[in-house]
Design a protein around this ligand. Structure first.
Ligand code: BDR
Ligand code: CA
Length: 320
């Protein structure tokens, strides 16, 4: 039976690829999209989520709008230089015909998990505010969720939003620290692996050549995103596949190598948003107090990038 997932998302170019990848995967049943600020403001993330479901012909999937701001501070603002002013590579899509449901994202998440205990997997692809709010409103979701597979964080490598921090975690470190400490099964698909997953110009050419409507949309939105990567990393060609990597983990965890470490999130100073791990055993004599009693997170540290890219590209460029 297909695994029920809720994707929490800030679309976003790579979010778009991830949503389409999930919709094209028979292993997954996308039962809702919830929206969050990050790449764009939450209003635009919601508009984009609706537009993407229209393009995919899946307006049966509900969209619930999420929080406008992080838990502790106002949202710092979107990143048009990465994802475009419209979050879709500046292609200026027409407005959607559909509307979000009336429930806020956190309430939708709670209702779905409590109605199907042990069945729902959360796949957050943006800042973790909605997930932390849901935990705050109904802590029992930690027992009843199947698991949480999120894109975010960086344990053994530098950040991308700052030298220390990855963008999703940096946008709400307080929320991330709650999610990593909630005692549910959490898998972190962070920069440690996504910076190994490179969609090259040769792969992008396959999207450009495809007649598949989803591939065509991706081919339209990629140039702006790709130009960002190739400008900031002069040695790089193509893009990093961040959010689709989390979807790939849910489809096939054997694509990844993981370690089980407690994770804390720095909330102060110039390292705000850095995900810190404790790599020594629980009974080590001087375990730092901040890590004592913290649950272990499944942290992705290795990936079969070739197999992941092949799987996604094959599913999204079916019609040639
Ligand atoms: C994450 O930040 C966003 O720009 C992407 O959509 C992805 O979720 C990568 O750091
Ligand atoms: Ca994202």
């Amino acid at each position: 039976m297909a695994r029920k997932i809720i994707i929490d998302t800030d679309p976003g170019v790579d979010d778009t690829m991830a949503i389409f990848f999930a919709l094209r995967s028979p292993e997954l049943d996308v039962i809702g999209l919830t929206t969050i600020f990050g790449n764009v403001h939450t209003d635009l993330a919601t508009t984009n989520a609706l537009r993407l479901l229209e393009i995919a012909g899946r307006t049966d999937i509900p969209v619930a709008k999420g929080a406008d701001d992080p838990l502790a501070v106002p949202f710092r603002g979107p990143v048009p230089f990465v994802h475009g002013d419209d979050g879709q590579g500046n292609i200026n899509l027409p407005p959607p015909k559909t509307r979000p449901i009336d429930q806020p994202a956190a309430v939708f998440i709670i209702e779905q998990i409590m109605a199907a205990p042990g069945e729902i997997t959360l796949v957050p692809l943006g800042p973790l505010t909605n997930i932390a709010l849901a935990l705050r409103l109904e802590p029992r979701i930690a027992k009843h969720v199947k698991e949480v597979v999120l894109m975010g964080g960086n344990v053994l490598c530098p950040g991308n939003a700052t030298p220390a921090a990855e963008a999703n975690i940096h946008n709400d470190p307080e929320a991330a620290d709650v999610v990593f400490g909630a005692g549910w099964t959490v898998t972190m698909v962070g920069l440690d692996v996504t910076h190994q997953v490179n969609l090259t110009p040769e792969h992008i050419a396959r999207y450009e050549a495809s007649q598949d409507p989803l591939a065509r949309h991706i081919a339209r939105i990629l140039p702006h995103y790709r130009a960002y990567f190739e400008t900031v990393n002069p040695d790089m060609r193509g893009i990093y596949v961040h959010d689709s990597s989390a979807v790939a983990y849910v489809i096939d965890p054997t694509l990844f190598e993981t370690r089980q470490w407690p994770i804390r999130v720095e909330t102060q100073g110039i390292s705000r948003g850095k995900t810190l791990h404790w790599g020594l055993p629980d009974d080590y004599p001087t375990i730092p107090p901040a890590f004592k009693g913290r649950p272990r997170v499944n942290v992705c540290v290795g990936v079969d990038a070739k197999r992941l890219i092949a799987l996604e590209t094959e599913r999204l460029t079916k019609q040639n």
